[in-house]
Design a protein around this ligand. Structure first.
Ligand code: F3S
Length: 397
């Protein structure tokens, strides 16, 4: 791989041990995937933030890098942490877990990473532009930025995103290249397919992701979908498959540049979507309902506030989001409305990366295909996967 003089110096340790180690990781990745050179990135987004997934070895690794002076060179955001960083006590997060999670955040802060723990950085102040190269690691955000925004990132791991953030570059391969962004197959939606709720897009995404695995699908016959629905679709496809980029005829920015002649076709019917809901629901009665996977937009928080206004909830209801969205929701009075009904806007974390299994919850109701996919394995939860109206119907007094 071609390296500039400065990059050769980084590899030779001229900018210190930490840069040398992290840059070496990027060079190794570039060699494995056949990159021709490094390219500058506009921003980074680092996963592996929850103490639940990091554990002690991960925490010590981060503290070690922070102590040795690792500092990011580009705007860098974080994936959700394992708890609401401000209201963890009130929500019942365990003390010992909170202590460890706080150490994780301190290490990231020392590295000058913005303590915005969210899987929707594009809603919270880290918005790339069309064709901008970035190094993001949250799979749903990778899908959204590649597909809906038209920015360019591979599915980075936590360490490679951190290395890119500290070195300011990433190897030029995969989805950074025009020729790797073309569709592999066409997904045709049948005339009977009703996409009414955001959860319908999650069910569709789960179904398609499982069929196409890590390929690039090109959707046709989809009526206009707003960004909340596209984030639900992409998140589920990235979870059940490993889809990092999709195109939708007439809706996503690169779709019009693509030639789909002769590609394999997959048809999706309403029956496929109904069966996906049934397959992902392992039971019927949730003991907690959690919205906001991926993290809720202000529009989704407002919709929940409207539905519960003046009513009382019989079960705990959370909506997960970024701190930025929560602050805007508070200013608009949505936080008060949801809390008055007995619900809670939880910031900085989510149902999958927080230790809900240690907080007494066994069955979680969700409207997200991605959360339904991960909750049984990551959080030992039984799952009720359905739309927001059905979830609330069963929980409003
Ligand atoms: Fe985000 Fe957690 Fe879902 S990180 S995409 S809310 S599993």
């Amino acid at each position: 791989m071609y390296l500039t003089k400065e990059e050769e110096g980084m590899l030779a340790g001229e900018q210190g041990d930490v840069i040398e180690r992290l840059f070496r990781l990027l060079v190794r990745l570039g060699d494995i995937y056949g990159a021709d050179r490094m390219i500058p990135i506009g921003s980074a987004q680092v996963a592996g933030v929850s103490y639940k997934s990091l554990g002690m070895p991960g925490l010590e690794f981060l503290e070690d890098y922070a102590r040795q002076g690792a500092r990011v060179r580009v705007l860098t955001f974080l994936n959700p942490a394992g708890m609401d960083l401000e209201n963890w006590k009130e929500l019942g997060f365990p003390d010992e877990f909170a202590k460890m999670q706080t150490r994780v955040m301190d290490a990231f802060r020392k590295m000058r990473i913005i303590i915005t723990s969210t899987c929707t950085p594009y809603l919270a102040g880290n918005l790339p532009r069309y064709r901008e190269h970035i190094a993001w690691s949250e799979s749903s955000a990778v899908s959204f930025s590649n597909s809906v925004i038209g920015a360019r990132t591979n599915r980075e791991g936590g360490p490679s995103a951190l290395a890119a953030a500290v070195c300011g570059v990433t190897p030029n391969y995969g989805l950074h290249l025009d020729e790797k962004r073309t569709p592999d197959l066409v997904v045709r939606l049948g005339k009977d397919v009703k996409l009414e709720f955001n959860s319908d897009f999650g069910a569709l995404g789960y179904y398609v992701g499982r069929q196409v695995k890590n390929k690039i699908p090109y959707f046709t016959d989809m009526k206009s979908a707003n960004t909340d629905r596209l984030k639900a679709l992409g998140a589920a496809m990235a979870a059940s498959g490993a889809v990092a980029l999709y195109h939708i005829e007439g809706q996503t920015p690169e779709a019009q540049l693509m030639d789909t002649t002769g590609l394999e076709e997959i048809d999706v019917s309403q029956k496929d979507i109904d069966e996906t809901y049934a397959e992902l629901s392992t039971t019927r009665e949730p003991d907690i309902i959690i919205f906001g996977c991926p993290h809720a937009s202000l529009r989704e928080i407002a919709a929940l506030a409207d539905k519960v206004e003046g009513k009382k909830l019989k079960k705990p209801v959370w909506i997960c989001t970024s701190r930025m969205m929560k602050e805007a929701a508070t200013r608009m009075g949505f936080t008060r409305t949801i809390e008055d009904a007995g619900g809670y806007i939880v910031a900085d974390t989510c149902m999958v990366v927080s230790p809900i299994e240690d907080m007494g919850y066994k069955t979680t109701g969700v409207n997200s295909g991605k959360a339904a996919n991960y909750l049984p394995g990551f959080c030992k939860q039984e799952v009720v996967f359905t739309n927001i109206d059905k979830l609330l119907e069963a929980s409003l007094e």
